[in-house]
Write a protein that binds this ligand. Structure first.
Ligand SMILES: NC(=O)c1ccc[n+]([C@@H]2O[C@H](COP(=O)([O-])OP(=O)(O)OC[C@H]3O[C@@H](n4cnc5c(N)ncnc54)[C@H](OP(=O)(O)O)[C@@H]3O)[C@@H](O)[C@H]2O)c1
Length: 324
């Protein structure tokens, strides 16, 4: 069984593909034959030892997988050999077979294919949790999405539209903004070439924007915070740009807005019933084609490092996947 391995922390080009023995499932674990794995921004951080979760070397990156149960360990109930499953891991997905705790598995609905199943979990569960549970986004409200053509961002655009919001999408190129429009954005801003604050004033006036979804950070966050409405909700999701912005607290006072941290992993841990219900809703929407996760490129396991590099160099729109 082949695995993409991080043997020393570093950039994607330090990853190697090696043959390893098949894993053996422990108690309450199954071995999943991975069909497709989704690539997410945290994979770029884990391999560089920059993520909050730090696996022991050597390890395979990869948080989102879809596949088939090959073997079940002692005490497994609710799942059996041959079941099609989705698993969300801390790491370990970029390999042909992986041992997974059953608590991390979700049965894959019949109408879902492996590529969609492997690519929606992290971005869509994050964005849905952020918009529904953290921001309580209401129909008719305005929603500003930064990094709107990325994995998490495009999910927020699509979900925001489905939830009845007026969606304003920010991205760095005309091609990316065109994708945002296709996925439901009502207005678009190129935040590299346009004056974001000025454009926001044109689009939402003095009232400001009700909800901001920020997975990017860096220089983009302050003009977004300055554009908030009274009683607005600013969702802190991630820092893909690198620098973590700091704000003067008076800005938040003046705006009378809330700044809310979003952590999907903690949500899954502490509010499992709501998480599972969100997951079921998202899968229903995908099967009904109300959501259409964008898969813009497919890589083999041998080219897995290129897939991770594509995220780090802002080349990706929607998702990229590794097809085993
Ligand atoms: N809080 C949570 O629970 C949670 C869950 C999932 C992900 N996240 C975080 O959310 C962020 C986005 O994740 P993702 O999987 O959506 O990533 P992604 O697909 O790579 O999207 C990130 C977007 O950020 C923008 N960006 C700006 N500067 C960048 C830079 N220097 N390098 C890379 N991208 C840059 C890019 O759009 P433009 O080129 O248009 O600017 C890109 O589309 C990450 O920080 C991730 O860790 C958090």
């Amino acid at each position: 069984m082949r695995a993409l391995l991080c043997k020393a922390f570093g950039p994607p080009e330090t990853l190697v593909v090696e043959d390893l023995p098949s894993p053996t499932p422990g108690a309450d674990e199954v071995v999943v034959t991975v069909k497709v794995a989704g690539v997410n921004f945290p994979d770029t951080l884990t391999i560089q030892n920059k993520y909050q979760f730090k696996p022991k070397l050597p390890f395979s990156p990869g948080q989102d997988i879809a596949g088939v149960i090959k073997e079940a360990g002692p005490g497994v109930s609710g799942f059996k050999v041959g079941d099609r499953v989705i698993a969300n891991l801390t790491h370990g997905g970029f390999r042909e077979e992986v041992a997974v705790q059953t608590s991390r598995l979700v049965p894959m609905p019949g109408g879902l294919d492996y590529e969609n199943a492997a690519s929606f979990c992290l971005p869509y569960t994050t964005s849905y949790h952020a918009l529904k549970d953290c921001a309580n986004l209401q129909q008719g409200e305005s929603l500003l999405v930064l990094g709107a053509s990325g994995g998490a961002g495009l999910a927020a655009v699509e979900l925001g539209k489905l939830m009845g919001a007026r969606v304003i999408a920010c991205a760095s190129t005309a091609e990316k903004l065109e994708v945002c429009r296709r996925y439901g954005a009502d207005e678009v801003i190129n935040y590299e070439t346009e004056d974001m604050r000025g454009r926001m004033k044109e689009l939402v006036g003095e009232k400001g924007v009700d909800v901001t979804y920020d997975p990017v950070g860096g220089k983009y966050s302050e003009p977004a915070l300055r554009s908030m409405a009274r009683k607005g909700r600013y969702l802190v999701v991630g820092f893909a740009a690198g620098p973590i912005p700091s704000f003067a607290l008076n800005l938040i006072l003046l705006k009378c807005c809330a700044v809310i941290g979003v952590r999907r992993g903690e949500f899954r841990l502490y509010e499992r019933e709501v998480y599972d219900s969100n997951m079921r809703q998202l899968m229903d929407w995908i099967v009904a084609e109300k959501l259409r996760p964008l898969i813009s490129a497919r890589y083999s396991l041998e080219r897995g490092a290129e897939a991770i590099n594509a995220l780090m160099t802002r080349q990706v729109m929607g998702k990229v996947v590794i097809v085993m």
